[in-house]
Design a protein around this ligand. Structure first.
Ligand code: 2DT
Ligand code: MG
Length: 280
């Protein structure tokens, strides 16, 4: 019996992924195939509950820690996915390791260098103020000016931090982001549903969860482009962009056409049809 195919749908929030996953499974079943959905994150496991609480801002976690939990959440499902594939079931994943990379790599950190510089300048100002108070060598005007600046000191850091958040340096290295998923079952194809973040945001208000802002989605979109490039280099032919701008029916037709071709290729067996390993 041929193995089942591993199909992944990826995309930004509001790209219509979950709808398309449901419609794809309906097509697969109507064509006489067994199909099963895995939604990531899988919030039903104990790791998934930690992720859920983080996404709902009920808990805070270090960026590395949550990244590894998302990967662990895939690893705890990997054996079941492989079992299903071996039994001939087509497995459709709603997000996979690629969301893991894109969402973490899109995180920004506050620019600590600016903070350091600001702190240095402020401490110098304080020193001067103290020095002037003691020596009374300068004019009253200069003394007053330094005193005013020194008294502003406590409110300056929050003001500076507003500027610091616009820094676009990456919080976590891209290679670090993809490493924990190395060795997971390699999808036979990943369809990346493309939709501009602006159009996505007009499809209805974003929910309450972390990451559901236009700013974050725009940065995630940029990282997904890098993921696509990485896939082209490491696993050519397994990453396809599908425009999600049209109607649900139009997108559904495009997705089904592509998936059918892949499923048939896997079912035919032959060279290159065995299950691969991600990034290996
Ligand atoms: P949903 O909106 O699809 O429930 O996703 N995410 C997801 C990550 O940051 N890393 C991951 O590995 C995965 C699978 C994307 C919830 C959010 O979790 C993000 C959106
Ligand atoms: Mg969401």
């Amino acid at each position: 019996m041929p193995r089942g195919a591993l199909i992944v749908l990826e995309g930004l929030d509001r790209s219509g992924k979950s709808t398309q996953v449901d419609r794809l499974v309906a097509h697969l079943q109507a064509s006489g195939r067994d199909a099963r959905v895995h939604k990531f994150p899988d919030r039903t496991t104990s790791i998934g509950q930690m992720i859920n609480s983080y996404l709902q801002s009920k808990s805070e976690l270090d960026d590395h820690a949550i990244h590894l939990l998302f990967a662990a959440n895939r690893w705890e499902c990997a054996a079941q996915i492989e079992k299903d594939l071996a039994a001939g079931t087509t497995v459709v994943c709603d997000r996979y390791a690629f969301s893991g990379i894109a969402f973490t790599a899109a995180k920004v950190r506050r620019d600590t260098r600016n903070w350091g510089l600001a702190a240095l300048q402020l401490s110098k100002a304080n020193d001067c103020a103290a020095g002037l108070r003691v020596s009374r060598a300068s004019s009253e005007l200069a003394v007053n000016w330094w005193y005013s600046l020194a008294r502003l000191t406590p409110i300056l850091p929050p003001l500076l931090s507003t500027h610091a958040t616009t820094d676009t340096s990456q919080g976590i290295d891209f290679t670090y982001c993809l490493t924990p998923d190395t060795g997971l079952p390699l999808p036979d194809t990943t369809l990346f549903l493309t939709l501009s973040p602006e159009v996505a945001s007009k499809r209805g208000a974003y929910g309450e969860e972390r990451y559901e802002t236009l700013d974050t989605q725009t940065r995630v979109r940029e990282q997904f482009a890098l993921v696509g490039r990485e896939m082209a280099a490491r696993h050519p032919g397994r990453w396809e962009e599908v425009s999600a701008e049209g109607t649900m029916d139009a997108v559904e037709a495009k997705v089904w056409t592509r998936v059918q071709a892949v499923v048939k290729r896997v079912e035919a067996g032959g060279e290159g049809s065995e299950l691969g390993r991600l990034w290996v």
